[in-house]
Design a protein around this ligand. Structure first.
Ligand SMILES: NC(=O)c1ccc[n+]([C@@H]2O[C@H](COP(=O)([O-])OP(=O)(O)OC[C@H]3O[C@@H](n4cnc5c(N)ncnc54)[C@H](OP(=O)(O)O)[C@@H]3O)[C@@H](O)[C@H]2O)c1
Length: 336
């Protein structure tokens, strides 16, 4: 089958960062679906893996996908051939930048019927991350959170765009989003933010000017730069949840306010094959329903065409710049 991978570590500008090659057809395991990939999206994790992990030959990258089930493993119970699905896959298995992919059914949701394959592929990884932050990391109950506020730092990116929406639709939280440019300010308002602050200015001063001390801070980008301000602006006994990779955090600073600090990693369930791995399938089905009934809107903002060396490189280069607004997607090989 056709696939795109990298055969050398490095930035997207490196010659072997995106190469088309002929890969073996995946053989589905007992709990796997074999999916014909019809749409994919790019994520910062593509950039980080390519920069840091030796490819051991040519490694197929890509996590988010939407497609059609072609075959199922012997123990699969939730899907059958012909079903349209979307998912973000696993960290350690061959990725979605290929004609076909094998994926565990417990990580897969029903594709929203109102979205094209590429638009659907823009949703899973960020939705899983945002959902797990709200309900697992912060431990907020659906319909709860009333009277409290959440500050979402770096809110115009892929994760923030859906986190704003889920917080607004499923909790009673007041949502403060950080964005630094006219375009990103307009985008986070479109996603439903109640207030906007600028993360190029000290966030503690921005929040004081707003008169809001949030109980929850979701830090999605540049946590090390904002950490001191977060500890200053957050409510005592509040909760900081992060998803990026800060190098230098003074964790002792959270003691005086008795803060909680947690790290969301959306690949943890699949990496450790947890008993509740199918929580990701269930939440994706909820997101799918909410997209179809109009409670959520697509966060896709850029479409780079049909997957090829050139178009995938363009999408990854845009992602690598670090200023993406919403999600960037592509159609699968030769299939719009
Ligand atoms: N742990 C997990 O499970 C998990 C899951 C998903 C993503 N992640 C990680 O989380 C991070 C965010 O992912 P994403 O997909 O949302 O990224 P993204 O789409 O690339 O985020 C882009 C946004 O970052 C904002 N930004 C740039 N500089 C900033 C700064 N100094 N402070 C705050 N925000 C800034 C930009 O807003 P402006 O243009 O307005 O400045 C831009 O809109 C990445 O590091 C990714 O690898 C982790």
């Amino acid at each position: 089958m056709k696939a795109l991978g990298y055969s050398e570590r490095g930035p997207v500008s490196a010659p072997n960062s995106v190469v088309e090659f002929d890969a073996d057809m995946p053989a589905p395991g007992a709990r796997d679906l074999l999916v014909e990939v019809r749409g994919v999206s790019v994520n910062p994790v593509d950039v980080k893996v390519r920069a840091n992990r030796p490819p051991e030959g040519t490694r197929i990258l890509g996590f988010d996908a939407a497609g059609v089930v072609k075959d199922v493993g012997s123990d699969v119970t939730t899907f059958r051939p012909g079903d349209e699905v979307f998912y973000a896959g696993e960290f350690t298995r061959p990725g979605s930048n290929a004609e076909f992919q094998a994926v565990d059914e417990r990580l897969v949701g029903r594709k929203p019927s109102s979205l094209s394959f590429s638009k659907a592929a823009g949703m899973p990884l960020t939705s899983i991350t945002a959902w797990e932050m709200l309900f697992d990391s912060f431990g907020i109950k659906e319909g709860d959170g009333g009277g409290e506020a959440i500050l979402i730092i770096g809110a115009a990116g892929g994760v923030g765009s859906i986190l704003i929406q889920l917080a607004k639709k499923l909790t009673g939280l007041t949502v403060v989003a950080s964005a630094s440019r006219d375009d990103t300010v307009a985008w986070v308002k479109k996603m439903g933010a109640d207030h906007v602050v600028n993360h190029r200015k000290p966030l503690n001063e921005e929040m004081k000017a707003l008169g809001i001390s949030p109980k929850f801070v979701a830090t999605l980008n540049q946590t090390d730069k904002h950490f001191d301000a977060i500890v200053d602006l957050i409510k005592p006994r509040g909760h900081i949840a992060l998803i990026d990779d800060p190098q230098d955090i003074n964790i002792g600073a959270i003691k005086l306010k008795a803060l909680s600090y947690s790290w969301e990693f959306m690949f943890a369930r699949s990496m450790f094959q947890t008993e509740d791995m199918d929580a990701q399938s269930k939440l994706l089905n909820r997101v799918s329903t909410m997209l179809d009934d109009g409670s959520l809107i697509s966060t896709v903002n850029k479409h780079c065409g049909t997957m090829s060396e050139t178009t995938l490189r363009e999408a990854l280069a845009h992602q690598e710049e670090g200023s993406a607004i919403g999600k960037t997607v592509l159609d699968g090989f030769g299939d719009a």
